[in-house]
Structures are given as C-alpha cells and as structure tokens.
Design a protein around this ligand. Sequence first.
Ligand SMILES: [Zn+2]
Length: 484
Amino acid sequence: MKRFVGILSGTITIASLYIFGNLFFFDSRQSKISRLDSDYVSDSAKYHLSEAIQIKTVSYDDPDLIDSSEFVKFNNFLQLTYPTVFQNTEYHLFGTFSYLIKWKGSDSSLKPIVLMSHFDVVPALEENRSEWKYPPFSGAIKDGVIWGRGAIDDKVGVIGILEAVQTLMKSGFQPKRTVYMAFGHDEEINGLHGANAMAHYLKQQGVEAEFVLDEGGYITQGLVPGMEKDVALVGTTEKGFLTVELSTDIEGGHASMPKKESAISVLTKAVNDVVDNPFPSYISPPLKDFIDFVGPEMPFGLRTVFANSTLLEPVLMSVYEKSPSSNALVRTTIAPTIINAGMKSNVLPKKAHAVLNIRILPGETVDYVFESIKKKVNNEEVKLRILNKSEAAPISDAYSDSFKLLDQSIKETFGDIVVSPYIMIAASDSRHYSEISQNILRFCPFHLNKENLDTIHGENERIGVVEFENSIRFYQQLIKNTTN
Ligand SMILES: [Zn+2]
C-alpha cells in the first residue's frame, strides 16, 4: 500500500511538473507594436463605397441571370473614381471584368506584393427583402453606417485598397516593391474567369510574390471562446472542398408490393453510413499555430490546457466538437445538401440521388477523402461521382517576415490586439494563387462580432464609416511598411 501511494504521488508530481513546465514555457508570441496616429483618409471615401454598393454586380450560379451591364457599370465607376490610380499604373482585364492593376515599384530586385479582393456579391433574396433595414443596394449612409450588399463582402476590400493607393499616390509616395491589385468579378461562383486567370497570367510572367493578401479572417470581438481581447485572425491556409454525388438505380415497382430494398432506402443508408462515420478530429499543424498564438493570451485555466495541447488533445477535441464552427476547424466535415427521389405517391422510384458537400482539412487530400467516402458507403449499388473539388491550400508560415509585416500593420492601425494565424473554413479566390507565393494570407481589416457575423451573405450587411476608414488606413500602412 505504502509503495502504491508512493508511486501514485510520484506520478502526480511528475505530471504536475510536466503540465506546469509546459505552462511556464508557453510564451506570448505577440509583438509589442503601438498604434500610430491615424493617417489621412479622404472624406469622399464613404460615398465611393456607397456608390459601389449601388451597382448590382450580383453573381448567380446560373450564368443567364448575371447582368453584365452592371459589371460594365462597375468597371466604368472604378475608372472614373480613381483616375490617379489608372493614370499611374498598367492594368489588364481578365474574364472581361476582373482587374489586375500593376503599380510599379522603384526596386525591381524586390518581390512584388499582391492585394486581392472581389467586387461581385451574392444575391439579396427577394423573400428576405423586408428584413433589410435599408434596401440591399441602396448604399444608404445613416448614422455613421454604410448599408448594403458588399459592404463587408467584399467591396470594402476593392474600394479600401483603391482609396489607400490613390491617397498614397497623391501624397507623392512611391513604393519600392511593385504592388499588384487583383479585383475579381466572379469569386462567389468559383473565381475561374477572374482570380484563376489572373494568377495564371502572373505565373506566366514569372511573378513570384513576397505575399498575397486576400479576404479571410477578421478582427473578432467575443468570437474566440475564452478571449477578452479582440483577436485578428489571419488565415494561413483554407480548407479544400469536394462535392460528391451518390446515386442509385435499382428496380422500381408498385408501392403496394414493396421489395425489401428500394432506391430510397439504399441511398439513405449510404448517406447515413457516411455521416455516422465522421472523419477523425485532431490538432493539425495550422490549428497548432493558432493554439500557440492565442493560448498564451488566455486566462489561466485555458492557458494551461492550451500549453498542454499535445497531452490534452482528447479533452480539447471534445470541446471543439461541441460547436459546428469549431468542429469545422478540427476535422474534414461532411454535409448532405441535396437528396432526391420519387415522383408519385404509389410508385417506387427506380432512381435516387444525393449530394454531399465535404470540406477538407489542410493536410488531407481530395483523393484520400474520396476513397474514404467510398469505403464508408461500401455498396456496389451506389455510384459515386465527383461534381467539383479543390485541394486544401498549402499552409503559409506564421513566423515568416510577411506574417510579421501584416501583424505590424494590423497593430499600427488597430492598436493593442492579439494577432493569430488560423484555418479559414470558407473558400476564397486566393486558393488560385498557390503557385505565385508561399505566403498567402487571408485577412479583412475590420471587426466581426455577434452583431454583424450573420450579415455576410445574409441581411443587413453594413459597415461603420469609421470602421471603413480604418480599413483604408490599414492598407496604406501595409503598403508603406513593405517599403521600409
Ligand atoms: Zn467574399
């Protein structure tokens, strides 16, 4: 007994030493950078964003619904509003409407940077129109807020970058590094004619960018559990996707004499077999980066857990799996989105089909995931077909000079906040740029909180005027910092 107690207390002592040792060495990764005085921003900037919102550059999956005259209008609007930018740069159009603008730097030995965003928007559904406080394409400026579709996704990026560049040009600023601006017109429908074509062109030109900055994470307020401070999340990678169709075609017949198996029962079993066997959850390298950057800033309890993430991985996973948004960070997720069978109440359908929307964790491949899905279904009567796919993005180094430069620019603009890498769950146009740069960073320079979170692709999308002006300041600061 004595011996047992001895072993037990010895084990507890070693475990405590290990846990608190990890905690002791769990140092903050936050740079100490102070906020700078606010840069000048033109008073007309807010009206420009408002005008941009009023042009209905809506992307639809069905190309027949797209109104190209609105895109022409948007292109003309940019040329008219930013004459200084267009006079001092070279530009090319891709897929008719996407702009690639080159602001030549003074030192051609330095790698250029690419600032991306997109000016197409998702539709504002007719049935939800009454929920908008101001009409979605009004661009209303009321009580210091600019309202409308595209206010934060992502006309704020296009207008923010152009305002910043025009202001810098007018002040006589000359960048050392070449600055490319890449504004897509079809991001919401995969970016094949815009971003993809622009990235190909840059590749052909032999361009290797120091970094590429696209939309992505935000300055989150109260959205990282356990964190009181604001956290600027910079996407260092993004999940891949895979859309798989499951179909079956078996003998039908009359509903009065049903066979044991029908197209419906076979297909629903297949869908359930996939969904009931989720992909494993684990701490992938980009999630480890997030833990290492955010963890040391947490209150004691959570800091201890994060400092021991390897030892406590099962505990952490059980916490992450609880909410859909954090569950999406720890595994490849599967969502059945379409299921179809049957036409008549007394006829057994011959055919049934379903669609699975799968989001792939960085580090896993489309092939691996597709083979796993096949194994989960394991039924020759069910055919699987890939409808579309994209590999998860490579992981950018969270300790690179580019990440540090972005971190500096964020803190110089927004003050004392936590900056952390994270895994972007949604897909962005930046995935087309993997071959142009090793440093692809995804960040939107404004705040996201419980109030405006659901307005992205939802109702009442809006941005505060001051918030928008700070976005412009951020882009100015970033461009200036690439020159120092
Ligand atoms: Zn977007």
